[in-house]
Design a protein around this ligand. Structure first.
Ligand code: BGC
Length: 416
């Protein structure tokens, strides 16, 4: 099935042809941070650069997971008009590096000692052939649940620890006339939920075998069928208007008490914070039941497109600003993510932020840190998109679970 494209061919062509109005001392930044919480975080970066007299030319392309942004990027590069800096995830960075499209950041990385402070899980994507090709901004993770505290309290629901406790809580909310799950039916959001559901159904070895090793046996297993069965249970607890809804509007449903839970990466916390809500008081954050010891991560990075030769002073300044410990704290407190450096204090972070940082360190130490399939950190875009199609078709009732498993094996073997 065809995925919904928000951008028309005309828009993409117009964007591709638009020549940059930026002056030499500007950076043009292509990104998909368009929600309230994301914009607030982006402002931290803009202001940092303004303080260094570097102008900011904004190039926002909405759509979580960055699929639409990557489509615009390809059009811009084809037109010979690449933006200066581009928000990018995991395997996409490596793909562009293979095409020699990215500037070498080794000088600034060496001067500032990035090698010693950026964790290996991120370096695997930030470096290609020994060269730093992107500046990591943060570490997000996808296996979170966000809940409205008053809704839980009013319905006598404790934080569920197992899949069975979770489904019991969903039934309680449904019986009380509250939408149990706020969800936006877009392929990347369906896949984000699937990250956590598959991890919970099969555990870390299964997750790794299926999404990272792309092992046919795991992809076609009964455990995968169980994961799809659980997605069908979740589908049964979303409201009638879920289709096409943006993720931040789903978060707003939880913020406003119209829904009990949202399964979403910790960028959702940026929305709660932006709405003046506090963890423990207004909302609750917890790991998806059955994934308490695991973290499925994605890291936003800025790749600098080679503007013909060496990295420009503005690109170097942007990279340097991004990696500074002060920025890493200030930005990630607002964004909902953990810092991309291991030496940043958690003092300024709220309870969910502290938990996120603690979980991340523990998962890295115990071998339970895995790249998010939904956010481009487990396999290249072709495989990711093939998985999106099957997950969404199943979520929308086009396939039963058994068919979805067969289609998944097929789609992945064609895409890889
Ligand atoms: C990015 C986040 C962003 C989210 C929703 C994810 O792919 O890593 O930074 O907030 O998409 O737009």
């Amino acid at each position: 099935m065809r995925r919904i494209m928000k951008l028309t061919t005309k828009t993409i062509a117009a964007l591709a042809l638009s020549t940059s109005l930026a002056s030499a001392a500007d950076v043009e930044v292509l990104h998909w941070w368009t929600s309230g919480g994301e914009a607030a975080a982006l402002n931290v970066l803009k202001q940092d650069l303004e303080g260094q007299s570097i102008g900011w030319q904004d190039m926002p392309v909405a759509g979580g997971g960055g699929e639409a942004a990557m489509t615009v990027l390809r059009a811009r590069v084809t037109a010979g008009n690449a933006p200066t800096a581009v928000q990018m995830l995991g395997f996409d960075i490596q793909d562009w590096a293979k095409q020699n499209a990215l500037a070498n950041l080794n000088d600034v990385a060496a001067k500032e000692g990035w090698d010693a402070v950026v964790p290996d899980a991120l370096k695997a994507f930030s470096k290609a052939d020994g060269k730093w090709v992107s500046a990591p901004v943060n570490v997000h993770s996808t296996n979170w649940v966000w809940a409205n505290k008053a809704v839980l309290d009013a319905n006598g629901i404790d934080v569920p620890k197992t899949w069975e406790e979770f489904t019991a809580a969903l039934d309680t909310l449904a019986a009380a006339g509250v939408t149990p799950i706020a969800h936006g039916g877009q392929p990347w959001q369906d896949a984000t939920v699937f990250d956590a559901v598959a991890m919970s159904a099969g555990g870390p070895e299964f997750y790794k075998a299926a999404f990272i090793d792309l092992d046919e046996k795991a992809l076609g297993s009964d455990t995968m069928k169980e994961a799809f069965d659980r997605m069908a249970v979740i589908r049964g607890h979303v409201d009638d208007n879920f289709s096409g809804r943006d993720w931040n509007l789903a978060t707003a449903m939880v913020i406003n008490g119209e829904a009990g839970f949202q399964m979403m990466g910790d960028w959702a916390k940026g929305e709660f914070v932006n709405a003046g809500k506090e963890p423990g008081k207004d909302f609750v954050c917890f790991r998806f039941p059955g994934t308490q010891d695991q973290v499925t991560f994605n890291a936003d990075q800025f790749a600098m497109f080679d503007q013909g030769g060496t990295v420009s002073p503005e690109q170097a300044a942007l990279a340097s600003a991004i990696l500074s410990p002060e920025f890493q704290s200030a930005f990630n407190v607002v964004k909902g993510s953990a810092p991309a450096r291991t030496d940043v204090s958690d003092a300024a972070f709220d309870a969910c932020g502290k938990k996120g940082m603690k979980d991340l360190a523990a998962a890295a130490a115990s071998g339970n840190l895995f790249g998010s399939m939904a956010h481009g950190h487990s396999a290249p875009a072709s495989v990711k998109n093939a998985m999106y199609d099957v997950i969404t078709a199943h979520f929308n009732g086009e396939y039963d679970s058994e068919t979805a498993v067969v289609e998944l094996v097929d789609a992945v073997s064609i895409a890889k």
